[in-house]
Structures are given as C-alpha cells and as structure tokens.
Design a protein around this ligand. Sequence first.
Ligand code: NAD
Length: 477
Amino acid sequence: MPTLLIDGKWVSSIAGATIDVINPCDAKVFSKIDRGTAADIDLAVQAARRALHGAWGRMTATERGRIMMKFADLIVKHADEIAKIEAQDTGKPMTVARNDIVAVARYFEFYGSAADKIHGEQIPYLNNYNVQVIRVPHGVTAHIIPWNYPAQMFGRTLAPALAMGNACVLKPSEDACLSGIRLAELAMEAGLPAGALNVVTGYGHEAGAALTAHPGINFATFTGSPEVGVMVQEATAKNSVPCVLELGGKSPQIVFNDVDFDKAVPVIVKAITQNAGQTCSAGSRLLVQQDIYDQFVSKVAEAFKKVKVGTPEMDLDCGPIVNKKQFNRVNSFIDEAIASGVPVLARGALADGISKDGYFVAPALFGAVPREHNLACKEVFGPVLSAMAFKDEEDAIQLANATEYGLVAGVWTENGSRQSRLAQRIDSGQVFINCYGAGGGVELPFGGMKKSGHGREKGFLALEEFSVTKTVVQYYG
Ligand code: NAD
C-alpha cells in the first residue's frame, strides 16, 4: 500500500523509491514505506492550501471538533491493532504500545472538545470603535516528528493544529511511521476533508528539509535532535515563519534526605527505563543528597537489576533501541564511561530467547559520575542513569541547572518550602514534585528552556501556539 496521503488519496512517491522498514528486535526488513521527496512535499503543501479554501476552511469549530471526537472513538476501537503495529515498528512492549494508543485517542478527545471553546476578546478603545481580537489558524502547518513515540507524537502535534483549523503536512520519522499511516487512514474514515491532513513519509534530509524550506508553509513544529532542530529553525527563519522546537533533555531527579524511599525508587527507575530510555523527558540524572547517597543509590541499584528487556510479545519493562545507529550510540556512551573508570552499579537483564541481531541494551546505572563527564551532560537517549551526590539545596540547584538542557525535573522531598524554592529556581519547562511524568499529561503544557527548545505543546497553550491573533477594528460612528 502506498504511504503518502496527499489531498485525501494514498499515493506512491513521484520518484517511486522506497525505504525498508526494519524490526529492531531482529534487524530484519518487514515492510516498506515510500521515500517522499521535494516534489511530493510540494503537492502536499498545495493540497493543504486548497483545503484551507475548501470544505475544511469552511467548517465551524464545532464541526471540526466532532470529526476529531469521532476519530478518537475510532482510535479506541482499533487500539489493539494499532498497538501491534507500533510495537513491531519500535520494539516497545505491548502494554506500553497500547497505553500510547490510548494517549493518542486522548489527544483528539481533549483538543476535539476544545475546538469550539477558544473565544476572542473585545478591547475598549475610542468612542464608536468596536475592536475584536480573534484567533485564526496559521494556515498550512508543517509537522516533523521522531521515532520514539510515533503514535503519541502524531496526536500531540496534529490534534491542536487541526482543532484550530490549520491544514497539516506531517513528515513522520523514517525509522518508525507505520502507526501514523494507519492513524491517518482512520482520520479520513472519521470524515476529515481531503487536504486537511497530508502525510509524506521519507528521509529527513529529503522530505523533511523540503517541507521546512517550502515557501507555502506558515508554521512548523519539530521534535528531535538539537542538530536538526537548528536546521529547521534556519529553514523556517529564511521562510519568515515561526517554529516550535522540542529538542530533548538531560532531566534531573533531585533527591533530598527526607525522601520517602519506597515512593521514589520505582518512579525514578521507570523514568529512565521506560521506552528503553528513548524519551525526551527521561529522568537521566539522579542527584542525591550526600548523607543518604549510598543508601538511596543502593536501593535504586537493587531495583535496576530487576528491570527486564525483551520483545513486544514478552511484554517486559522495556524493548530494544530503535535502530542500529542509536544502538551504537547508546553503547558508545556506556563503553566510554566504563573505559574512563565510572563505576557500573547495576545492569538490567536481557530476557532469554531474544535475537542476537536485535538492538537490545541492558539498562545501566552508573555511580559517582564526575560532573563534567559526558554521562553527566550529554543526552544518551537510552536506558542509562547517572548518579551524582550533592551537598545541600544550593548545590542541588546548581547541579540540576548545570546542563545545556531544561526540559523536565523531578524533586523528591517532603519539605514544602523547599519544593516551592526548587520549582522556582530550576530551569525547566516542567517540574514534578514527588512524582514524575504522571499520567501522560495531555493536559499539561510541555516544552523546553535553554537548548531543549522553545514553544509549548500539550494543554490549552498548544491551541495558542498553533494559532495566531487577528485584531479587527470597526468604526461605527
Ligand atoms: P533526528 O533529529 O535526525 O530526526 C527527527 C525527525 O527529523 C525525523 O522525522 C527526521 O526524518 C527529521 N529530519 C532529519 N533531518 C532533517 C532535516 N534536515 N530537515 C527536516 N527534518 C529532518 O533524530 P534521530 O537521528 O532520529 O535521533 C538522534 C538523536 O536525536 C537521539 O539520539 C536523541 O538524542 C534525539 N532525539 C530526540 C527526540 C525527542 O523526543 N526530543 C526524539 C528522537 C531523537
């Protein structure tokens, strides 16, 4: 089946080339996607523009919302089928994949029901003037998403954009995009008019670069690596259109000596092993107050040893790394740390019966990581946790803020004033207190500070981000 959705029809790429889809559990090719290029992107952008002037652009916000709610119902109805697609494409455990699909439905439910609740403002002005500030869509929006949560990212980026009436062109990751293709089919079944959503599969340097540089787009949003984020920002700057960037993190879990061990340990372990650590908001630095460091870190090590890695069907704690490039990258961080003498405190276990060709990595907990070490500063994007000790509150804040990133932080203390001081002084887009990443968080504004990017997705703020104001001044004297 062709994998480009342009103007409501599934088509092959104009050039006719394809990309192999590889199962990360055994490195075998199991499917193909179309390798879209600039010519396909051009058709998709044109189709989106036509949709804005056609049935999609004429719909009321309520009608848009109803289609999105119907789409959410269809996602729930097909959740098992889509979860299987997602699990095979990414290697993630079946339970995790299924939760991801439930989250996609939630995105369309949340934003579908919000579509007709965005009101404008009226501004008191001169006599005999009526001034309104209304929210309108950007127009054609470009969406470039990564491979770690392909289905969830589909919902996160498209639901608010569609709710606000934009016409979208999605370039999913060449490393995992099959769930997005099935989701797009269901969106059409739900009644989305032709051109409101277009999907062009392909490589980033071809289809992705062509999309962000296309003069017909009005807005772009990107999630992925900092390096590509800069390229997207450059391309959109040349186009004079705004962009939202989410570029990952090196998020701290800050543990004070009054922590409740039993509450904190399982959450901290899950926050780095979930999705095999391939999560932008993974809690990858464990900062522990010196006087409980040994005791607390040994509890984390005990829990780490129990983490099991296997195939989706085994449905264990985590699956493989998504592809060979990332597998080599994660292993090179681990090898480098071991070679430089950083102590390995614990490794998780690989399940019996997995393929030796699969990209499985046993989660690793490193202790006493020097503050300047790569493991303390660089995003590994794998199941690797770096433990470090801090002296007091001031030292904890300095250490927490000591990377280029600022996406998410976890604070573990029962002291309420300290909780508030840390929430205020840590440079990150989200701060969790005595919890971490609770419940998926469709409702919670999300995005970075510093090199983690800019702009906000999720929550009501995404509706503002994916739209623009128009001031209408009427003289009635
Ligand atoms: P990437 O940034 O290369 O890919 C992300 C998306 O951008 C993909 O859809 C890709 O096709 C597209 N892309 C690539 N080059 C492009 C270009 N020139 N113009 C427009 N789009 C382009 O990420 P990767 O190589 O898959 O992973 C590398 C690193 O990125 C990881 O190790 C991790 O640190 C980071 N990453 C972060 C996230 C996140 O959620 N923030 C997700 C995936 C990867």
